[in-house]
Design a protein around this ligand. Structure first.
Ligand code: KG4
Ligand code: ZN
Length: 336
C-alpha cells in the first residue's frame, strides 16, 4: 500500500510517500522558521498561509522523487490534530479532498502518534512493548506502548512541555526560535556547575513533570546577571544554557529510570523534537545500558515534525482497516 503522508500541524510542511512493502520512498520538508523568526514564535495565520503555498509543490516533489504518479497512491494520511487549527485545516482539506477525488481511503493521524512511531522507520526498529518518552514543543509524556493504538499514559507535564521550556529559556538568553538547538549549541561552551538549577518534581513520587519553575529560575538567573546596560556577559549566558540543559536532561532521565522500574519494560523509545538533543540521547543511552535495556530514537530529521512519520503511522492504521468518513475533521486538542 502506497501512502501519501501530509504534516501541517505547526510550522513545517512535511510530505512523504511510504510503501508498506518497500518502506519510505521519498520525503520533503519545508520549514517556516525564517518566516516566524522576527516574531519570536509561530504566528498561526502566517503558518496556515505558508502551508497553502507549499503543500501542492511538495506533493509534486515527492511523487517525482519516488518516480510515481498520483494514480499510484493507494491512500492518504494527514495530521488531524493536535496543533494549530488553520494549519491543520490545510493538510486535512488537501488530504481528504484529494483522496475523495482519487477514490482512495484517507486517515487522520494523531501528530504525537506520528512522533511516537517515527523510530520505526529506522533500520533496527524497537519491538513492542516499550516505554515512550514523547518530548516536543507541546508535549512531555511518558507512555506505555503495547502496540499500535494501545497507549497508556504513565505521566505528563502538568504545565510547560520540555521543548516549550527550551524555547522560552532561549528567548530569555536572546537566542532565536526554535530554542532547543540554539541552547544546546551555546551550552557547549558553558560551565553549568556555576548555577544550581532545580530538578522539578524529582523528589516527589510519580511520573509527572513540571517545567515552568525551571523557566522562572532561568528568568531570575538572567535578571541577576544583567550589567548596568542591561546586558548579560556571553560566558554567563553559556553557563546558564549549560545549567538549564543539564537540569532538563537530569529530570527526564530520572523519570525514565523510574518508568523502567515501574513497568519492568527495558525498551525506551524517545521521540519528538527534544529527542534530537545530543546530551539527552547520551544520558538515556547510559541509563538504559545500566538497566540492561536499550534506547531507540529516530534520525535527527525525523525527531522534529515531518511527513514521513505521518505516512508511516497512517499506513499502520490503514492496514488495520481504519479510515476517515468523507467530512473534513480536525482536532486541535486531542489526547493520545
Ligand atoms: O516535535 P517538534 O518538531 O514540534 C512539536 O510537535 O512541538 O518539536 C519542536 C521542539 C521545539 O520546542 C524545539 O526547541 C525542540 O523541539 N528541539 C530541541 C532540539 N531540537 C528541537 N530541544 C532540545 N535540543 C534540540 N537539539
Ligand atoms: Zn511535533
Amino acid at each position: 500500500m502506497l501512502v501519501l503522508g501530509l504534516e501541517t500541524s505547526c510550522d513545517e510542511t512535511g510530505v512523504a510517500l511510504y510503501d508498506s512493502d518497500r518502506g519510505l520512498l521519498s520525503d520533503a520538508l519545508y520549514s517556516q522558521i525564517e518566516l516566524h523568526k522576527e516574531f519570536g514564535g509561530v504566528v498561526p495565520e502566517l503558518a496556515s498561509r505558508d502551508h497553502v503555498r507549499k503543500i501542492i509543490p511538495l506533493i509534486e516533489e515527492v511523487l517525482a522523487e519516488a518516480d510515481c504518479c498520483r494514480d499510484d497512491i493507494d491512500a492518504i494520511a494527514y495530521t488531524s490534530g493536535p496543533g494549530l487549527s488553520g494549519a491543520l485545516m490545510v493538510g486535512a482539506c488537501v488530504g481528504r479532498s484529494m483522496a475523495m477525488a482519487m477514490g482512495v481511503p484517507a486517515i487522520g493521524v494523531h501528530h504525537m502518534e506520528g512522533h511516537l512511531l517515527a523510530p520505526m522507520l529506522e533500520e533496527s526498529p524497537p519491538s513492542f512493548p516499550f516505554i515512550a518518552l514523547l518530548v516536543s514543543g507541546g508535549h512531555t509524556q511518558l507512555i506505555e506502548v503495547e502496540g499500535i493504538g494501545e497507549y497508556t499514559l504513565l505521566g505528563e507535564s502538568l504545565d510547560d512541555a520540555a521543548g516549550e521550556a527550551f524555547d522560552k529559556a532561549a528567548k530569555m538568553l536572546g537566542l532565536d526560535y526554535p530554542g532547543g538547538p540554539n541552547i544546546a549549541k551555546l551550552a557547549v561552551d558553558g560551565n553549568g556547575d556555576r548555577f544550581k538549577f532545580p530538578r522539578p518534581m524529582t523528589t516527589k513520587p510519580g511520573l509527572d513533570f513540571s517545567f515552568s519553575g525551571l523557566k522562572t529560575f532561568t528568568l531570575n538567573t538572567v535578571a541577576a546577571h544583567r550589567d548596568a546596560e542591561g546586558q548579560v556577559e556571553k560566558q554567563i549566558k553559556a553557563d546558564i544554557a549549560d545549567a538549564f540543559e543539564l537540569a532538563v536532561v537530569d529530570t527526564l532521565a530520572l523519570k525514565c529510570k523510574r518508568a523502567i522500574k515501574q513497568t519492568g519494560l527495558k525498551t525506551l523509545v524517545v521521540a519528538g523534537g527534544v529527542s534530537a538533543n545530543r546530551r539527552l540521547r547520551e544520558r538515556l543511552e547510559r541509563v538504559l545500558a545500566s538497566q540492561g535495556g536499550k534506547a531507540f530514537y529516530a534520525r535527527p530529521e525525523y525527531c522534529t515534525d515531518n511527513g514521513a512519520m505521518i505516512a508511516y503511522a497512517g499506513a499502520q492504521r490503514l492496514v488495520a482497516g481504519q479510515q476517515e468518513p468523507l467530512a473534513v475533521t480536525i482536532k486541535p486538542r486531542w489526547p493520545l
